[in-house]
Design a protein around this ligand. Structure first.
Ligand SMILES: Cc1cc2nc3c(=O)[nH]c(=O)nc-3n(C[C@H](O)[C@H](O)[C@H](O)COP(=O)(O)OP(=O)(O)OC[C@H]3O[C@@H](n4cnc5c(N)ncnc54)[C@H](O)[C@@H]3O)c2cc1C
Length: 532
């Protein structure tokens, strides 16, 4: 059995920035299921929202966040994260990250991007590869730390809790079982400070902008451990994912619309004006629903994002990654509009936490996309998620250090080893792939951008059946990454469906034909689910 002062599961912006801080105070394991850089973070294009300009203010950023959050944001949390942003950005710059700058009246300042829902230019970026640069900077720094073990190709299977072991004392998290993907062995890692930083669950949907790692593992593990899960009905669909037979999950950043890109239908009309006075710059949920309606109405397979009025030099300089990638697929974005469709992008709900990442289960923290602090409410303001990852990672570490003496007592408990089923019947593996496809199709068709009670009930019945089948399979077979991810996807799908069914109104990202209006804002409530 291994033992660490801190165990972080996930190596995106939240996990890595937490690990760098924790490494100053003790031993740290960073458990990550693929290579270190495999994360949503590395795919982020637009940048990080943060108030750095004199023309901007914390008040305006708070107001924009709350406005987009459709009445469900926790104002205190919003204020805390936004006002702490500049300090967290300074730390990234101190680690060597160079955000794009421009020359203004003889001095250098950040080149701030504009994105939908923001009333000011406030998005710091490194061209359109911000996430990759952040990920590389953090990994480079992690490599210099002697107290940190980066365990790549290690997948967290389940949390170990006092409750599950039958201890009479207060339930708390005591450790985690981790599958070493190379040896196939499941290791026990003990720590009374476990941090889930596992990112989102885009892969639960057929079409997503997320990489393959985004299978909702953190939410599923926390749910099984008895933690409270919040607001899972609020899945953000990004309006503009490249529509091309060979392009898997390639996002066309919101910043393209921020720089003047116009959405057009198959007749070339600037249709967004019919849906919202802000036109193509309306918030994501409105744009995604409008595209969905436009596609259904016309029978077309996609709509088009037109940025052809910008000079090719500007496009190459501002969006080199998008420009080059589209060109590889035969689309010259300086000459022709980009075919786009909406796709599942971001999980606004997650494991319920306070602003310090503390969950309802003592000893367990959740930071970054996997957690639900109340920052995003019913919809996320673009580019607020990288900021949240940084801010909450910092606060989680500070909080743990304050609670140090109390937590050490729990660490003496001895933990049982993992017991695994023995059978590995290759013929039956087809069941995994079949169920995987079925869940993703089911969620896309019945729990997508526009919902109804009938569709949700259908999804609920089918997902319960799938869960039963998968559970039987799970207990009889040796664990593998595919089987674990399938089990987690099925759990998260059921949580999204249950949350959606319990919200009898349309608000933010949850739109249902049966209750098209938002309830009175006074009646606003979070959707909370828990096993215990
Ligand atoms: C295409 C794209 C563009 C985006 N653009 C922006 C943007 O411009 N601005 C912005 O603010 N946000 C953006 N986002 C959202 C943002 O990137 C994510 O919300 C953020 O990076 C999440 O960071 P994280 O650290 O919480 O998780 P991630 O970066 O997703 O990292 C999760 C980590 O957990 C690991 N993991 C998962 N499950 C397990 C397990 N069971 N065991 C071990 N390891 C596990 C993964 O391998 C990964 O290392 C974008 C997202 C996408 C997909």
């Amino acid at each position: 059995m291994k033992e660490y002062d801190f165990v972080v599961i996930g190596s995106g912006i939240a996990g890595l920035s937490f690990a760098l801080k924790a490494a100053k105070h003790g031993s740290v394991a960073v458990v990550t299921k693929r290579k270190g850089a495999d994360s949503n973070t590395a795919w982020a294009q637009g940048g990080i929202a943060c108030v750095t300009s004199e023309e901007d203010s914390f008040e305006l950023h708070v107001r924009d966040t709350i406005e987009v959050g459709a009445g469900l944001c926790d104002e205190e949390v919003v204020r805390t994260i936004i006002t702490e942003g500049p300090e967290r950005i300074r730390e990234l710059v101190d680690l060597g990250l160079q955000f794009d700058e421009r020359e203004v009246a003889g001095h250098r300042e950040f080149d701030l991007g504009r994105e939908a829902g923001h009333s000011k230019r406030r998005v710091l970026h490194v061209q359109d590869v911000t996430g990759k640069e952040i990920e590389n900077t953090l990994l480079r720094e992690l490599d210099r730390q002697s107290h940190v073990d980066l365990l790549e190709n290690h997948m967290a299977v389940d949390l170990i809790t006092a409750g599950k072991l039958g201890f009479a004392a207060e339930d708390r998290c005591l450790g985690v079982y981790v599958l070493d993907e190379k040896t196939g062995a499941v290791e026990t890692i003990r720590s009374d400070r476990i941090v889930l930083a596992t990112g989102g669950c885009g892969k639960v949907y057929l079409y997503t902008t997320n990489p393959d790692i985004a299978t909702g593992d953190g939410v599923a593990m926390a749910w099984r451990a008895g933690a409270v899960i919040a607001n899972m009905e609020f899945i953000q669909f990004h309006p503009t994912c490249l529509f091309h037979a060979k392009a898997k999950s390639f996002l066309i950043s919101e910043a393209v619309r921020g720089e003047g890109g116009i959405l057009r239908n198959n007749r070339g009309e600037d249709f967004m004006k019919r849906y919202d006075s802000r036109g193509s710059l309306a918030p994501r949920d409105i744009v995604a629903r409008a595209i969905d309606a436009e596609i259904k109405r016309s029978g077309a397979q996609c709509v088009f994002l037109d940025i052809t009025d910008k000079p090719v030099e500007f496009l190459r300089e501002r969006f080199p990654h998008i420009y080059e990638t589209c060109l590889r697929f035969g689309i010259d974005i300086s000459k022709q509009p980009i075919p786009v469709v909406p796709a599942a992008h971001y999980q606004c709900g997650g494991i319920k936490t306070d602003v310090n990442g503390a969950t309802s289960l003592p000893g367990l923290y959740a930071i970054g996309e996997v957690g639900c602090t109340g920052l995003h409410g019913a919809n996320r303001l673009a580019s607020n998620s990288l900021l949240e990852g940084l801010a909450v990672a910092h606060r989680a570490c500070e909080t743990m250090l304050r609670g140090q003496s109390r937590s050490h007592r729990a660490q003496r408990t001895s933990l049982p080893e993992w017991e695994s089923g023995d059978v590995q019947d290759v013929d039956e593996l087809v069941v995994i792939y079949h169920n995987w496809d079925e869940i993703r199709r089911l969620m896309w068709d019945y729990v997508g951008i526009v919902r109804s009670d009938k569709r949700l009930q259908r999804a609920s019945a089918r997902s319960r059946n799938l869960q039963r089948g998968i559970s039987e399979f799970y207990w009889n077979f040796k664990v593998s990454v595919d089987l674990l991810e399938l089990r987690n996807l099925a759990t998260v799908a059921a949580l999204i469906v249950d949350s959606a069914l319990s919200r009898k109104e349309s608000r933010g990202l949850h739109y249902t034909l049966d209750f098209p209006q938002a309830e009175d804002r006074q009646l606003k409530h979070e959707t909370l689910l828990s096993r215990s």
